[in-house]
Write a protein that binds this ligand. Structure first.
Ligand SMILES: [Zn+2]
Length: 141
């Protein structure tokens, strides 16, 4: 058996699921059988794993572990709200826009959007600061 941290893309809730193995998860996910326990959406996926901070050392207190997770979740929501309120969503043209701003070809402003790992590496190589965000953002693209 294998345990996955899963995330609902419809309501943003994280939950845990047990599967026979990774292929078992893939099969159930492909069949639309991995449902969100909160809103019943099948639009779910594996969440990014976070280190189990509170459980890793002296404490195995499940409630304090839950507090840490809730705090991280809240901090991420706040960060997301802040970013979406204060920067332009340029969607898939993020690498292009980031370059234009870096080279002074357009007005300097905060932007967020999508880039592949390779695109992000290229930007960093060119000396352009990019920061990965721990969530998906809505995009028009
Ligand atoms: Zn849900």
């Amino acid at each position: 058996m294998i345990k996955y941290e899963l995330k609902c893309r419809a309501c943003d809730h994280q939950f845990e699921g047990w599967f026979v193995d990774s292929a078992g998860y893939d099969a159930q996910a492909a069949a639309g059988e991995v449902l969100c326990p909160f809103c019943n959406s099948a639009d779910t996926g594996k969440a990014i794993m976070a280190p189990n901070i509170a459980r890793s050392r002296s404490s195995d207190d499940a409630s304090s572990n839950g507090d840490v997770r809730a705090q991280v979740y809240e901090a991420m929501r706040a960060l997301r709200a802040e970013i979406e309120a204060n920067s332009d969503n340029v969607g898939k043209s993020f690498p292009e826009e980031a370059r234009k701003i870096h080279y002074g070809e357009t007005e300097e402003r905060a932007i967020h959007g999508e880039a592949t790992l390779d695109e992000a590496k290229e930007l960093v190589d060119e000396g352009i600061d990019v920061m990965p965000l721990p969530f998906r953002t809505e995009t028009d693209a």
